[in-house]
Design a protein around this ligand. Structure first.
Ligand SMILES: NC(=O)c1ccc[n+]([C@@H]2O[C@H](COP(=O)([O-])OP(=O)(O)OC[C@H]3O[C@@H](n4cnc5c(N)ncnc54)[C@H](O)[C@@H]3O)[C@@H](O)[C@H]2O)c1
Ligand SMILES: CC(C)[C@H](C(=O)O)[C@@H](O)C(=O)O
Ligand SMILES: [Mg+2]
Length: 372
């Protein structure tokens, strides 16, 4: 039984603190019922950090994140911060964490729970039992490449520009994660880019195809253009197992995949760094795919499931507590099957509950599951 796992909790803004608060109740439950002791420390990020210290991520919080065994993150951003200069925006705090912790592999699983097939944007048969993994490269591409900026044009007006670039080592390291994941799943990898339009896409396709030839034995492999992938995700999502793609396409395709599961409020994620070969340790941050949802913040109606499932991923990937992760997922599955729904996944014939009541029910279900 492991003990004293250092957990840094960064609730952030909007519904971030609301869903993190609920997740901390499950952390407490784990400590009481499963005899795991978490050393929980809380910090500020995003707009909350800007309000307190004039920056969306202080060096101290970054150091705490690097030092932690895992970071549990809520969400950042909101209209209050719209007019801040680019580098001060809440989202920059999250991006700096990802970059400085070298969290290059972002796992975004889209799973449809047994009772949720009718909640999907697609017809039930297309999504019942769906379980796909979008693997998003998280520390490269247009999110981070230089040069970028807005410049004046000689004849008046301005020009805004960004740079998209990927190197062979960046593509290979995310490709290897995709192959590892696929081997534990259904042995299929779809690599997604736009090699028909972008030079970085041309290299991505070459490197991934070669990597598959060298290291992908036993794996079914295909290349797909990103626009086609978006269409295929809503046409026939069950054709996919692992989708590996760049930072920007991964951002967009994962929001799209969220609606297959019923709501953005259902999609968790794990952002992982490379494993240190001597200590076996790796940096990791867990966060829902959704944002701070300013339109519903402060009303107690946010769906806590994406954050709770992110905590389950934390147990599985950072603490090797797969059984406990299964338990959390099973409790969520059972509560959804019992007909409870937060507003975002509400349907006729179901019972609408608040953020807090959804968590109350999941905790009760956890109690039931462990008492047999
Ligand atoms: N990881 C992050 O911190 C993160 C991710 C995405 C967006 N953002 C930021 O969040 C702010 C709002 O962005 P947005 O509105 O484009 O995206 P969003 O994900 O916050 O919200 C999109 C829609 O989904 C709904 N939604 C999201 N999560 C939900 C939940 N748990 N339960 C119920 N409904 C939920 C919202 O109410 C909204 O209608 C922006 O500042 C954006 O940059 C942050
Ligand atoms: C908030 C923003 C920087 C972030 C991203 O674009 O990566 C978000 O949309 C996400 O999906 O995690
Ligand atoms: Mg996003």
């Amino acid at each position: 039984m492991a003990s004293n796992k250092k957990l840094l909790v960064l609730p952030g803004d909007g519904i971030g603190p609301e869903v993190v608060r609920e997740t901390l109740r499950v952390v407490d439950w784990m400590a009481k019922k499963r005899s795991v002791s978490f050393d929980v420390q809380e910090g500020l990020v995003g707009g909350a950090a800007y309000d307190a210290s004039g920056t969306p991520l202080t060096d101290e919080t970054l150091a705490d994140a690097v030092d932690a065994d895992a970071v549990l993150f809520g969400a950042v951003g909101g209209p209050k911060y719209d007019d801040l200069p680019f580098e001060k925006k809440p989202e920059r705090g999250l991006l700096r964490l990802r970059k400085e912790m070298d969290l290059f592999a972002n796992l975004r699983p889209a799973m449809v729970f047994a009772s949720m097939a009718d909640n999907s944007s697609l017809k039930r048969d297309l999504v019942a039992g769906l379980d796909i993994m979008i693997l998003r490269e998280l520390t490269g591409g247009v999110y981070f490449c230089e040069p970028r900026g807005i410049e004046d044009l000689p004849g008046g007006g301005k020009r805004g520009f960004d740079t998209q670039a990927y190197s062979t080592p960046e593509i290979e390291r995310i490709g290897r994660v995709a192959f590892d994941l696929a081997r534990k799943r259904r042995n299929k990898v779809t690599s997604v880019e736009k090699a028909n339009v972008m030079m970085s896409g041309v290299l991505w396709r070459q490197v991934m195809t070669d990597l598959h030839k060298r290291e992908g034995e036993g794996l079914e492999y295909e290349n797909m253009y990103a626009d086609n992938c978006a269409m295929q995700l809503v046409r026939n999502p069950k054709q996919f197992d692992v989708i590996v793609t760049d930072n920007l396409f991964g951002d967009i395709l994962s929001d799209c995949a969220a609606m297959l599961t019923g709501s953005l409020g259902m999609l968790p994620s794990a952002s992982l760094g490379a494993e240190d070969p001597t200590t076996g340790r790796r940096h990791a941050l867990y966060e829902p795919v959704h944002g701070s949802a300013p339109d519903i913040a402060g009303r107690g109606i946010a769906n806590p499931i994406a954050e709770l499932l992110s905590f389950a991923m934390l147990l599985r990937y950072s603490f090797d507590m797969g059984e406990d992760a299964d338990l959390v997922e099973k409790a969520i599955d059972n509560v959804l099957s019992s007909g409870l729904r937060t507003a975002d996944i509400m349907q006729e014939g179901k019972a609408k509950v608040s953020t807090g009541v959804m968590t109350d029910s999941i905790l009760k279900e956890l109690d039931k599951l462990v008492s047999g």
